[in-house]
Design a protein around this ligand. Structure first.
Ligand code: ADP
Length: 333
């Protein structure tokens, strides 16, 4: 697809360059021809002033031979044609190269979008197929009693909720990565945000007897509180998912210069170095993550997007079997 577009773009570059070149060649030719004609006329006048009798003077100098004018014009014409041909070849080569460079980011973007669509369809297809199979099998079961049907509906509802969460996340990610329109920026109270996240996720942590601690000072920053909450929910939820029982998770927050540093540390399974480079990619899940249960590998991609929308950075340090710390730096204003 892009070879065709590249050739077309090269064609357009060539058309523009050659139109200008040919226009200038004609202009140069007419200007030079005019100059030659005028110079020749001046020479004729001078020759007549010193007694020459043009046009039939048998002794006139070769310089005044009209043939010389045509030869000069022919030479100019030929040289201009050669120069135009040279410009054509050079522009075609440079144009093809430039067209490639122009189209490259578009081609990268399109293949990324295609990958996103393929991955998303794949992720959606698996739970939908499971849901359908479960419904079909149970519908065929003539002995299905009310209690079993209720359990089935409950299971299905859980699947549907997961699908809904997945589609919500997909929609959020599908919006351009630099799309800041969706941000609702105001004065955000970090302590309040972290406490709401801790309150929300404490029941989940309790199931694994994990201690969830918040060590955040009084900090207000210019940010979207809802997005900040979502970001911290993703990180703390992951910390719970990928930690074993009776461990500790700590959320810290402090001011440094003009920035806020937020940390989420756990004592969980850790991340391999080879995985660390990929964990912020959409749909990436480390093999070890299956121990943490279900997930679509979208959380950290969303986290990175939210941090990026706020003009901040997110980094991770991890030791296998020791734990992981995510550090976020956000500008105060
Ligand atoms: P998900 O958790 O749905 O798999 P994420 O995008 O949130 O997707 O995380 C991507 C991967 O990063 C996870 O599958 C897991 O392998 C790894 N990961 C994220 N957070 C942690 C953590 N706190 N400890 C260990 N591994 C983690």
């Amino acid at each position: 697809m892009f070879t065709g577009a590249r050739i077309k773009l090269t064609g357009w570059y060539l058309l523009i360059i050659m139109t200008i070149t040919v226009f200038f060649s004609f202009a140069i030719f007419f200007i030079l021809s005019g100059e030659i004609d005028r110079g020749y006329t001046r020479l004729e006048h001078r020759y007549e002033q010193v007694g020459g009798t043009l046009p039939d003077d048998p002794n006139r100098p070769t310089l005044l031979d009209p043939q010389i004018l045509d030869t000069a014009k022919d030479n100019i014409r030929t040289n201009l044609i050669y120069i135009d041909l040279l410009i054509f070849v050079a522009s075609a080569t440079a144009g093809y190269f430039l067209a490639g460079r122009t189209l490259k980011p578009i081609s990268v973007m399109i293949s990324e979008e295609n990958r996103f669509i393929t991955d998303a369809s794949h992720e959606l297809r698996t739970p939908i197929t499971a849901l359908r199979t479960s419904l079909e099998v149970n519908l065929r079961d003539k002995n299905l009693d009310f209690k079993e049907a209720r359990n089935l509906l409950q299971d299905n509802l859980h699947e549907v909720e997961q699908l809904q969460a997945l589609t919500d996340n997909l929609l959020l990610l599908a919006k351009g990565s630099n799309d800041n329109d969706a941000l609702n920026v105001g004065q955000a109270d970090l302590k309040e945000v972290v406490e709401s996240v801790v309150t929300k996720l404490t029941p989940l942590a309790r199931k694994k007897k994990i201690t969830l601690e918040s060590k955040v000072g009084e900090i207000t920053l210019k940010a979207d509180s809802d997005k900040l909450t979502r970001l911290l929910v993703i990180l703390v939820d992951n910390a719970i998912k990928y930690s074993s029982k009776e461990t500790k998770i700590e959320v810290t927050g402090k001011k440094t210069d003009h920035r806020v540093m937020i940390g989420v540390s756990d004592q969980g399974i850790g991340i391999k170095d080879s995985d660390i480079v990929h964990i912020f990619d959409r749909f990436y899940r480390a093999d070890s993550s299956h121990a943490g249960g279900t997930g679509y590998g979208l959380g950290l991609a969303i986290a990175k997007k939210i941090v990026g929308q706020h003009g901040g950075t997110i980094t991770v340090k991890s030791g296998l079997g020791k734990g992981t710390t995510f550090t976020i730096l956000l500008p105060l204003t």
